[in-house]
Ligand binder design. Structure first.
Ligand code: FE2
Length: 386
């Protein structure tokens, strides 16, 4: 067995009502002056009191910074860091979707690592631990509350770039499904598919191990049996709870085993075509699975089983291909666009997109089947319908 780390936040608090404990958790961390990092959507949705009330009950002072923008550019972070750097906060609480949580994580290390943010891009470029954080997701998707990664847009070249460091892990992650009840169906579908991609890509990653496999398979099971209900009946509490847990577990798995070609190929769609991350992943998943399936037939057969497909009596290969069919059906049921044409991509765009995706070794190196720029362009062509 190859040596591997398994990293996850020291405290995971889950279940209905868990966010009500946030004041006590802040107190345990010795917080006296807290910054709540969020965005305007969360404030308008009325979710802030879930965090602010328990802080008030503990008599902990807090300020609110609601300036995170979706898929945040570096400039957004620099402006926020400048605003808060002299305020001596001793705890950051991030409440929101993946963009907010990523911003809260990175703001915490920007305060203790006063260098240009671009110097932090890459793996293990962060020298010092940040201000402690508590992260509270309000969507079931990104898993950002349990990963060492944060993704931003570089507006100089419109490329998505990642900061990866164990110092991005929060002190506490609180996953309370109640915060996801008001998420609209289109966002539930996109973020839920993102979580499913995390589980599938980490399960089939070359860095997967027995620990991440167990977590990933359970995540695939929870997400594939509950995503439709969560989208089509947003008030289905059990489905929302299973999605929240499934997303958390998918995050724990991919935070350690990594994600692969789906995420690498999705980056150019997010950067240049502004396709939401979950939608970009969902559009590419079936095509990447078709390419990857021969590289690990038994694992793809296990995915089919975890998705509830009937595979008794099938050969391993038939069962593995069943996973691809099931994934296509799920994406169609959820109304995910089926062709890259639907998001404005033309065949003339493909060579540059393939070139850009081929540079993302950090992710491509995890993929179960080797790809060069030629294979990447072919996958894009398949996804375009040519
Ligand atoms: Fe993702």
């Amino acid at each position: 067995m190859t040596m591997s780390y398994f990293r996850t936040p020291p405290t995971l608090l889950t279940g209905r009502g868990s966010v009500g404990q946030i004041g006590k958790e802040a107190r345990k961390l010795g917080a006296t002056k807290v910054l709540i990092v969020t965005d305007k959507v969360i404030v308008q949705a009325g979710l802030l009191p879930y965090v602010s009330k328990p802080l008030e009950a503990e008599g902990i002072l807090y300020d609110v910074l609601d300036e995170v923008v979706p898929e945040p550019p570096f400039e957004n972070l620099e402006q926020m860091a400048e605003k808060i750097q002299d305020n001596h906060y001793d705890l950051f609480i991030g409440i929101g979707g993946g963009s907010v949580l990523d911003a809260a994580k990175v703001l915490s290390i920007m305060i203790t690592n006063p260098v240009n943010i671009r110097e932090l891009v890459g793996t293990d470029k962060v020298a010092h631990p940040g201000i402690p954080t508590i992260l509270v997701p309000t969507t079931a998707g990104t898993g950002s509350e349990v990963t060492c990664n944060a993704i931003f847009t570089d507006q100089r070249d419109m490329v998505k770039k990642g900061i990866v460091s164990p110092y991005l892990l929060p002190a506490v992650a609180i996953v309370d499904a109640e915060l996801t009840f008001t998420v609209p169906p289109s966002v539930t579908a996109a973020t839920g598919m993102d979580a499913l991609v995390h589980a599938i890509e980490s399960y089939t990653s070359v860095r997967a191990n027995q620990i991440t496999d167990g977590i990933a398979l359970q995540a695939i099971k929870l997400i594939s049996r509950s995503l439709r209900q969560a989208v089509f009946n947003p008030h289905d509490v059990k489905a929302r709870e299973e999605m929240a847990l499934g997303s958390l577990m998918a995050g724990m798995s991919f935070g350690n085993a990594g994600v692969g070609a789906v995420h690498a190929l999705a980056y150019p769609l997010g950067g240049k075509f502004k396709v939401p991350h979950g939608v970009a992943n969902a559009m590419l998943l079936v095509y990447v699975m078709k390419y990857n399936v021969v590289a690990h037939l038994p694992k793809f057969a296990e995915i089919a089983k975890a998705m509830g497909e009937r595979v008794e009596g099938m050969s391993v290969r038939e069962a593995a291909e069943r996973a691809i069919v099931a994934m296509g059906t799920l994406a169609r049921d959820l109304g995910i666009p089926t062709s890259l044409k639907d998001v404005g991509v033309t065949s003339a765009d493909l060579p540059a997109m393939a070139q850009e995706a081929s540079q993302i070794d950090r992710l491509l190196n995890n993929n179960p089947r080797w790809l060069t720029v030629k294979e990447i362009e072919q996958i894009y062509r398949d996804a375009l319908g040519e």
